[in-house]
Each structure stands twice: as C-alpha cells, then as structure tokens.
Write a protein that binds this ligand. Sequence first.
Ligand SMILES: Nc1ncnc2c1ncn2[C@@H]1O[C@H](COP(=O)(O)OP(=O)(O)OP(=O)(O)O)[C@@H](O)[C@H]1O
Length: 319
Amino acid sequence: MSKNNFVIQTKDLTKSYGKPGEKKDVVKKVNLAVPEGCVYGFLGPNGAGKSTTMKMLLGLIKPTNGEISILGTPFISQGKAALNEKSRLAILRQTGSLIESPSYYGHLSGRQNLEIICTLKNVPTKEIGEVLSIVRMESQQDKKAGHYSLGMKQRLGLAGALLGHPRLLLLDEPTNGLDPAGISEMRELIRSLPETYHMTIMVSSHLLSEIDQMADYVGIINKGQVIYQDSLLHLHEHSRKQLRLRTSNNSRALCILNENEINCTLENDFLSFPETSDDTTAYLISALVREGIGVLRIEEYQKSLEDIFLSLTGKQVSL
Ligand SMILES: Nc1ncnc2c1ncn2[C@@H]1O[C@H](COP(=O)(O)OP(=O)(O)OP(=O)(O)O)[C@@H](O)[C@H]1O
C-alpha cells in the first residue's frame, strides 16, 4: 500500500437504533478517509458517535447501511459483511484496538495477562518483551494487574493491542481518566507509533487540544455526522496572522484593497486580510486615505484553533 492510500475508508456509514418508526441515526452517512501512516484524530463531544463508528470499523457492531473498507479490502458493503469469515478474521488480525476500559485478570500479572492475549491472538509469547518495552512497562510486568494504576492498566491494554504487530490501531479515548503525567505519556507513545512501528492510528477524543498535540489528520463528528475532515496542518494554515481594519467606509475600502490584489473579507465591522509587510500595510493605508476613507483602527489578529473549528463548522460544535 503506497503512502497516500487510505487504511480506513467509509462511505455513507450509518447506524440507527430504536424501534421501526422511532429510529434515530446515531451515525449518519459518515465518509471517513484515514491515510496510511498517520495519527488520525477522531474528535467529537460526548455522545457524538465516535465509539459507535469505531465499533463498526472493528466488526463489533453491525452497521445499518454503508460501506467500510479496511486496509484496502472491502469489509462491509451496503451494511452487510463483504467478506467470508476467514478473510474477515485475516483483516481483523492486522487491526489492534483499545475500546472502552481494557479488560484484564486482576489476580494475574501484567505479563500473564499478555500471555493469555498471545494465546487468543495466536501470537508467539516472545513478542511480549517487545510490547512491554514499547509501553515502557518492563519493570512492572510481574505485578498483579489488579494493583496497577489506571495509567498502567491503559498501557497494559495498549500492549495487548500491539501484540501481533497490527498495521492499524484503533484507540477509543485512550487518555480518559488518566492524570496529566499519564495523559502526556500516552500521547507521546501514540505519536511515536506510526514512525517507529509503521502503523496507522485512529484515536478518538473529545478534547481539541489533545488531538492538536498528537494527530496529523482530524475528523470532527457531531450528532452522528462528520462535519470536517482534513490535515491539521491545513487547519493551522487558517490560523495564520491576519490584519483587521475598521474604516469610515468599509465597503469602499474593500473594493480598494481588492483592486490592490489583497484578498480581503468583510466580517462584522472589520475588513480582514492575511498579514502583509510593513511597507505594503503603509502603502494600503495611504491608498485608503487618498480616497478620503478614514482608518479608524488597525490590529493584528490570530484565530485560535477553537475559533477556526467554530467558523468552519458553522458553530455547530463546542469542544
Ligand atoms: N446500543 C445502543 N442503543 C441505543 N442507543 C445507543 C446505543 N449505543 C449508543 N447509543 C447512542 O448513540 C449515540 C452515540 O454514542 P457513542 O457512544 O457512539 O458516542 P461517543 O461519541 O463515543 O461518546 P462518548 O465519548 O460519550 O462515548 C449516543 O446518543 C448513545 O446514547
């Protein structure tokens, strides 16, 4: 699979719950495209449909309708399984996941828990050392899992998901309930996986700042619908510095700026355009003054990521 291929692709993926006549779409015609080798942040407020979508991708719940393709193979077609059981398992074997709190045997050690997962996944136990080292838990492996802190239980869950060297990892709110140090450790760990272990990660969160710190791509879901999907780099481009100008005649000033090839928009009382050099700014202001337009105010302005999300999404979501 080449770099620009999509590891997960969905088309019109839909899940409805409820009796006939009272059905509610909790996931509505979702089109995801997760590029290979990235961390894809799946962002949305509580109840938006993140877990339901991820469970459908993992074959844990049946979609009502739509298509899913995983690792380039059609997995669901028109809401139905597109593969026989053997091929389905072959795909799922290349996919690791951490959905909801990881389950474990509290009376067994971390290592013994991983041995059980090795048996279930049919993976040699010699992989245990490697995954313990990835999640930095070697020194804690012989402790009973029941005595682990929440952060260590999450890391044990992640270690289990990593057994078998999956090409794709789906993590549902992996930092939920962790303290700040645990959150930052988990974030670093996730961040490092695509490059070091050649994996693609889809990770959900309800926190914009968290996705901003660990993802390359973002898909925002709200009320079951994906309302934005693109690279974070692209999103940050929207947050380049702007100049905001208020004049005695904004509509005339807009024409003059446009005539000077300044890509300018009128927002509320302000004309706003990408930051220019001091010389260009001075020239533009004198051009306005020459036309008898009073410059009442000029200021530098940088949108926060939150502002951008709000303007891109028509204020549908507040995170
Ligand atoms: N089995 C079910 N039956 C009926 N409704 C359900 C079922 N599972 C989920 N829902 C509803 O679907 C919607 C989406 O839930 P989902 O768990 O996917 O959201 P989420 O974005 O993961 O949020 P959270 O972070 O709170 O888990 C919610 O309104 C939830 O109540």
